[in-house]
Design a protein around this ligand. Structure first.
Ligand SMILES: Cc1ncc(COP(=O)(O)O)c(C=O)c1O
Length: 377
């Protein structure tokens, strides 16, 4: 089967690029002497995660319990569920533990410790918990300034049904960095805060075996990871235009793209219309604040070579509008009605979420495999 036989829009994954991206980060982590705990939220697929795990028995990160259950059903037991825990999810957490999963939850409040411990005690299991740290004001987690870190640590240690696994932080603000020097500094902030919090807990006599940090930008630019036990990263497997804009990868490293058909020309407006709207590309505009705004995605020919300067400048639900970044005539000869083009995504995780499968290529337009994704919660 060839790309040209596929119904559009659909999601294409280049296996060779995927492998190179994975190998590159593994080599970096090995050099820095730290274990990589790949995040399964980007791929939501076991074939990709098998490639991302250096050893089949290695641990992973997940962002949904559906991912946790799916990866566990494929033999992965060591799982960090890296989204703050809610009471309604305890039944599935306990279910996984009873089946043999070594799943760790994430929390940053006394309330969460209380209901996690209660669920553990009620069900005769001990649930490992990581304390989430806020290293950059991005989202959730306890800060160095408040006393919550020790309060939570001590409570976990005193309660039955829950155990203290360590600390975790995610430098999500690295996506907003303006230079690679800024990313390097952010990686050091992420490391230093996690290591400092681990020390505070240990000095209080509390266990802190895991010191977990990570985002794709900081993982790629960290220069020293002393004191860190593992790095989490997800989007590095695929990369995307946001990562290229940050200088984390080249556009040519981006392993996923959306195949779309040209369905119309609006010559007066300088537009080409496709069947990939925001349902196919996502609404992500992560490059809007970067030096080069890529609209809703960068346009490539059907072989994946960028068509200079063409971006998806607008989207409706099922329509994409291609136009030239600089006002100029479109190369309509390579965008005939009925022809296909490929769009590189702004944010691979958001675009991937729109699809239930990857059509896998390996260096040509032949489809060598179809890999399914586990979407939803
Ligand atoms: C808690 C946590 N860890 C790690 C990651 C991985 O980040 P990235 O996709 O930049 O590698 C994410 C991404 O959202 C996250 O939320």
């Amino acid at each position: 089967m060839d790309l040209s036989t596929l119904e559009t829009p659909c999601l294409i994954l280049d296996k060779g690029k995927l492998k190179n991206n994975i190998d590159r980060l593994h080599k970096r982590m090995a050099k820095l002497g730290v274990n990589l705990r790949p995040h399964g939220k980007s791929a939501k697929n076991m074939d990709v995660m098998t490639m991302a795990l250096e050893v089949q028995s290695g641990g992973i990160t997940v962002s949904t319990l559906k991912e946790a259950e799916y990866y566990f059903s494929h033999g992965i037991t060591d799982i960090v569920y890296a989204v703050g825990i809610a009471p309604v999810k305890m039944k599935r957490i306990v279910g996984l533990i009873k089946k043999g999963a070594d799943i760790t939850v994430l929390l940053d409040s006394i309330e969460q410790v209380t209901f996690v411990a209660e669920a553990g005690r009620k069900n005769g299991v001990t649930i490992p918990a990581l304390i989430e740290l806020d290293c950059d004001g991005h989202r959730s987690g306890v800060t160095l300034e408040d006393s919550l870190l020790l309060d939570i640590g001590r409570l976990i240690n005193n309660e039955k049904g829950v155990s203290l696994a360590g600390v975790l932080t995610h430098a999500g603000e690295s996506y907003q960095c303006k230079s690679t020097d800024e990313i390097k500094a952010m990686a050091e902030t992420e490391r230093a805060m996690a290591v400092k919090c681990a020390e505070i807990l240990r000095q209080d006599g509390l266990p802190c075996p895991i010191v977990s940090v990570g985002s794709t930008p900081t993982a790629n630019f960290a220069e020293d990871l002393t004191g860190v036990t593992e790095v989490r990263a997800g989007v590095f497997m695929f990369y995307d235009l946001v990562m290229a804009g940050l200088g984390v990868c080249d556009e040519s490293d981006i392993a996923i793209s959306v195949l779309t058909s040209v369905i119309g020309h609006q010559k007066r407006k300088g537009w080409v219309i496709t069947d990939a709207g925001w349902m196919a590309l996502s609404r992500d505009r992560g490059t809007a604040a970067q030096k080069v705004d890529q609209g809703y995605g960068l346009v490539c020919d059907a072989d994946g070579a960028p068509l200079k300067d063409l971006i998806v400048s607008g989207t409706n639900q099922e329509h994409g509008i291609i136009s030239a970044r600089q006002q100029r005539e479109l190369p309509l000869e390579s965008l005939e009605i009925g022809s296909m083009v490929r769009i590189l995504p702004n944010h691979a995780c958001a675009t991937g979420a729109m699809y239930d499968r990857y059509y896998v290529t390996d260096g040509s337009t032949a489809i060598v495999d179809v890999w399914h994704r586990v979407n939803g919660w």
